[in-house]
Write a protein that binds this ligand. Structure first.
Ligand SMILES: *[C@@H]1O[C@H](CO)[C@@H](O)[C@H](O)[C@H]1NC(C)=O
Ligand SMILES: *[C@@H]1O[C@H](CO)[C@@H](O)[C@H](O)[C@H]1NC(C)=O
Ligand SMILES: *[C@@H]1O[C@H](CO)[C@@H](O)[C@H](O)[C@H]1NC(C)=O
Length: 321
């Protein structure tokens, strides 16, 4: 009964987004090249796919503005989860709704991608609820989103929480700051979007949020004087949305990937704020340490600071604290 109500909601999705623009779930069968892609309104076929193991964890990654299935963030993050081999791996592909039209970056973001993202987030909640009726274990489902995608998964978590279903874990990768920094918590990723919300802020001076959005917020290479520039990036005036311009904004997922590839190396120290951390002795820096990329049960909520290397492996272990 409950499931059929959600499904009726899903049938109108083609009307909301246009038939060709419908958001899709892409389920990978062990490699980037092998997958099944289904529009949201047919997504409940996913759990019967032979490669889908309903006893396992499920990781769903959502790309951001101008993202697409063959882009650098999606291919790298999906490959990392496939290599890890511990979960069903799904991409939320909303590339058409996220595109920059006619190279109009600002207006495509503000007038198209942002309103689309808000709708996609709300629909994702319904899709996940209907999937749970056909075998997806929501208690084993981890949502990961980059930039605008972080707010999509946050909005989905908020809507599900409003229906009494709290997801265990949402990870925000440099959640978009523009537009969302001025929104109320229920309209964006926030610490209550899931039972555990962790956020990696790699570009708080430009495309990423400056706010605390998680139960745990990691601030790699943060500083308060001048813009935050990740090692390996620079602050030259690149044309907008070229790789140089996006260097800081893309470091977040590179740090996440290295936290999976090199366990124990990407760690941060808890501090009330950056000034406090700067002032810590070596011993104080080792007192309250948390490993990035993991779901923690026992942790001190708040800000975590760390330094990284300019190239992979990024994690410096205790030397980065
Ligand atoms: C499904 O996942 C569970 C838990 O990881 C594992 O024990 C089981 O062998 C898997 N089943 C198949 C068919 O791979
Ligand atoms: C998730 O687990 C909690 C207890 O840990 C349980 O109360 C809840 O019903 C579970 N939710 C789903 C969707 O399985
Ligand atoms: C810096 O550390 C010293 C010695 O531990 C302490 O007295 C001082 O209050 C600290 N300052 C800040 C801003 O945390």
């Amino acid at each position: 009964m409950v499931a059929s109500v959600y499904l009726i909601g899903l049938f109108i999705i083609g009307a909301v987004f246009g038939e060709d623009d419908r958001p899709k779930l892409r389920v990978y069968h062990g490699s980037l090249e092998k997958y099944t892609e289904l529009p949201f309104d047919e997504a409940d076929h996913i759990t019967v796919l032979p490669s889908f193991n309903t006893s396992q964890m499920t990781t769903l990654f959502c790309h951001g503005f101008t993202g697409h299935p063959n882009g650098p963030a999606v291919t790298a993050v999906i490959q990392a989860y496939l290599d890890q081999g511990q979960s069903n791996v799904i991409l939320l592909n909303w590339d058409r709704l996220a595109a920059a039209l006619n190279n109009q970056i600002s207006s495509s973001y503000l007038n198209r991608a942002v309103p689309n993202a808000i709708k996609v987030g709300a629909y994702l909640a319904d899709v996940l609820l209907s999937l749970s009726a056909v075998g997806l274990d929501l208690n084993k489902t981890h949502l990961v989103g980059h930039s605008l995608g972080a707010h999509i998964v946050g909005i989905a978590g908020n809507k599900m929480a409003g229906k009494g279903v709290r997801l265990p874990w949402i990870t925000g990768l440099d959640p978009a700051g523009v537009v969302f920094d001025s929104k109320r918590p229920e309209e964006r990723l926030n610490p209550e979007s899931a039972a555990y919300v962790d956020v990696i802020h790699s570009d708080p001076s430009k495309y990423g949020s400056r706010r605390n959005l998680g139960k745990v917020d990691y601030w790699p290479n943060f500083r308060t004087v001048g813009p935050v520039v990740q090692p390996g990036c620079d602050n030259r005036p690149y044309p907008r949305f070229t790789p140089g311009d996006l260097c800081n904004h893309n470091k977040c997922w590179q740090y996440l990937i290295d936290s999976m590839k090199y366990p124990g190396t990407v760690i941060g120290t808890f501090a009330r704020n950056y000034r406090t951390w700067k002032n810590y002795s070596k011993q104080q820096r080792l007192d309250t340490v948390l490993e990035l990329g993991k779901r923690h049960e026992d942790y001190v909520p708040g800000n975590y600071y760390l330094l990284t290397s300019p190239s992979s492996p990024y994690g410096l272990g205790e030397n980065g604290l």
